[in-house]
Structure formats: structure tokens, C-alpha cells
Design a protein around this ligand. Sequence first.
Ligand code: NDP
Length: 433
Amino acid sequence: MDTSYLKQFYKKTRNEKIQALQQAGVISAADAQMLKEGLSLPDEAAENMIENQLAKYELPYGVAPGFLIDGKEYVVPMAMEEPSVIAAASAAAKVIGAAGGFHTTISKRRMIGQIALKDLPDLAAAEKMVLANKAAILQLANRAHPSIVKRGGGAKALEVRLLPADATIDSPDFLVVQLQIETLEAMGANIVNTMMEGIRDELEELTGGTVLMGILSNYAIECLATATCRIPAHLLKRGQFSGADVRDRLIEAFQFAYVDPYRAVTHNKGIMNGIDAVVLASGNDWRAIEAGAHAYAAKDGQYRSLATWSKADNGDLLGELTLPLPVGTVGGSIGIHPAAQFTKRLLNYVSAQELEAVIVSVGLAQNFSALKALVTEGIQKGHMGLHARSLAINVGAQGKEIDQVTQQLKKAKNMNTATAEQLLAAIRQSAQH
Ligand code: NDP
């Protein structure tokens, strides 16, 4: 990748951006053409994806260039409707890139499947029986989905959890059999669910209980991704704030989100702004990632910040983000949606682990930018600047009018719909004279 073509990327027109990506060697001529045409989902694919399909709901698809992750440069795709997220990701990528980039650790990828049993005549005996037949149960699960075993994956481990009756909701005792399953390049929901159904009857026979359900758990704590960064304080200077001030205030902002769930939810929403946008661009199931991430944020019993920020002995700012990231490079709609296929070529990743590395880094970048803005000039300055453009479009500005209304709105005392309407009317009136 020749990044010299990507300098001042945000200042280019849409066509210039596409051309720059091609000149930089990030995309092919054919992909440049595809981008110009819009990466839209064919009608037939849409019709077959969901039930009662009526139309296609589009979202903008953009990129944040300049991500240096484990020594490799990425132009990161993001699909989303919210202004300022891509700008924030790009700004963070620039600072963190100058500091050596993101470093990631990706765990082995194991998904978790559950079978809940109830009405057990003898809970302890049932547990003993399941554990004594561990190998046979794993084998049975693997027989239910032989193709994943052939590829080198499959059910690898089994554990049993006893969930005692809860008198407050009048629930029965549950015995939960959990399998850890390697689904390789797939997110694996279908693989796991098939395996869970494949062992139901055997578990009922072994325990004398009744299966309530068998399903994947989205609490994918055996599929964790971590990104870290280390930023010298002098790179953090902003306005009247020294680099050391920004570092210390940013650490306090993390501490606030660590101790206060009200703040942590918004703090993590900011992290998910980036994560969801890349997950969506890659054709993955963002609801699965959202559910797992928020559960992980509450893993010690209190909902906390997903990322941590601290000061190194030499005064550098240290950032770290860990969350479950069970994304796939195959399966679901990934092979069907042209935008997901384009994302694959754009990121040029070789595995689901590499895709995880990109996504977790974007989450850390997003958190960095949000906290840095919040503890210095606040986020409204940047955010409202971008919001002005949405307001201009909302009130009907077209073509050149969009820029004109946006610029005047930024200077206006009240940035709202009424002001945008007045400005547009004035621009149109003066154009008639
Ligand atoms: P799929 O069943 O669509 O795809 C997985 C299949 O891809 C595998 O079974 C395998 O089939 C094939 N494959 C090809 N190459 C590979 C490879 N290298 N590694 C692994 N598999 C490969 O998808 P998933 O099982 O991943 O399920 C994801 C979908 O399930 C998503 O659409 C999600 O929204 C949905 N879902 C999510 C739930 C949840 O999160 N709770 C619940 C239910 C559904 P083969 O070996 O036969 O070629």
C-alpha cells in the first residue's frame, strides 16, 4: 500500500477518494468501478435473506484510513449512519499510528453451546454421568456436523454447570452441559446449534432429565480479542492542555466509566460505534457482538468500561481493550452481500483472527478519540460541525446549498432545524436575485 496517495483523504471528493484508493494499491480497478456503482445488494439476494422482504434499507459505507495494526496498514471500512464516527476513528489512527500502532492478541476461537436439562431425578448423579461420558458426547456432537471436523474444527471440550432452583422466580434446578466448539473461519451459530441438537437425546437418556433447549451462547468468552496501544504524552497535546494533562484526564475519564455504570454504558456505546460499523461492513452479525460485549463489560458483577487506560512508568499513556469477537469470514450473509465481499478484499485479511484484530483496534481507537475530546474541548464542537451537514440535508438543501447551509449553520447561534430552514430560504432567495 502506497499511503502517500491517502494523505488529506477527507478533503477529497468521493470520486477522488476512490481513485486514491486505487492508486495506493488498496483496491483494484474493478472494485473502484463497483464502489462508484454503489455495492448494492441484488434484489434476489435481498428477497431470499429475510421473510416478508419489501425493500432495501441503505446505510453509508465509508473508510477510515491510516490504521497500523500489528505492523500492517489498513484502510478500515465502516457502515453506519452516525456522523463523526469515521472522523474520530481516523484521527485516533493517526495519533496511535505515530506512536507505533495497535498491537493485538487474539485467543483461540472456541464458541460455546449449551444444553439445559431439568426434571432430573438426581442432580449429582446426572452430573457424574455426563462427565463420565464426556468423550462419547463430544464424539456425538462431532458426528452431527462432520464437515467442520473434516476442516480441523469441532467440539473440543465439555463442562457441566449446576444452576440451583431460584425460589424468587420459582425456577427448577437446571443442569447445563456446555461444549466448546472450534468453528474455524465461521461465527458458527448454525454449526453449534446443529451439534447441540445432535446430543439432546443422549443427554436425556444419560441423566433421566428433560432437555429444555439447546443453543449457542453469545457470551463468547472463549473467543476474545485484545488491542493495546502506547502513546507518548507529547503526542496528546490539545489546545491549552499539555500532553500530560490530556493523558491524566483521559485516565480519569476511564476511571469514571469503571466505577459508574451510567457513564460506562455511554463510554461503551462509543466503543461499539466503531466495532458495530466494521462488523456490519464485514457482513457479520452485530447483534451477537453487541450482546456478548455488554455481558463481558459486566463480567465481575458490575457493568464497567470495556477499555482501560493507565500511565506507564515512563509517562506514556497505555490503552487496552478486550471483548468477545466471534466474527466469521464465511457463513451467514458474508458470501451473499457484495459490500461484505468488497470489505474482504479491502481489508485483505487472511483469517477471522485478523478480522478480529482490526475490529478490536477500531474499538480502542474510538474510545481514545471520544475520551480525548470529552476531557478537552468536549465532543459537541466536532460533532455539531458534522451534524450541521445532516441538518442541512434534512431541511432539503441540495447540491451546493448543502455546503452553504452547513457553513452558515456552524456560525449560527442556534444550530437547529428552524435556523437551517431560515438559512436555506435566504440562500434560495438571494440566488433568485
Ligand atoms: P453458516 O452456517 O452460514 O456457515 C458456516 C459454514 O460455512 C460451515 O458450516 C461450513 O460448512 C462452511 N465453511 C466453509 N469454509 C469454512 C471454514 N474455513 N471454516 C468454517 N466453516 C466453513 O454460518 P454460521 O454457522 O457461522 O452461523 C452464522 C449465522 O447464524 C449468522 O447469519 C447469524 O446471524 C446466525 N445465527 C445467530 C444466532 C446467534 O447469534 N445466537 C442464532 C442463530 C443463527 P461446510 O463445512 O458444510 O462447507
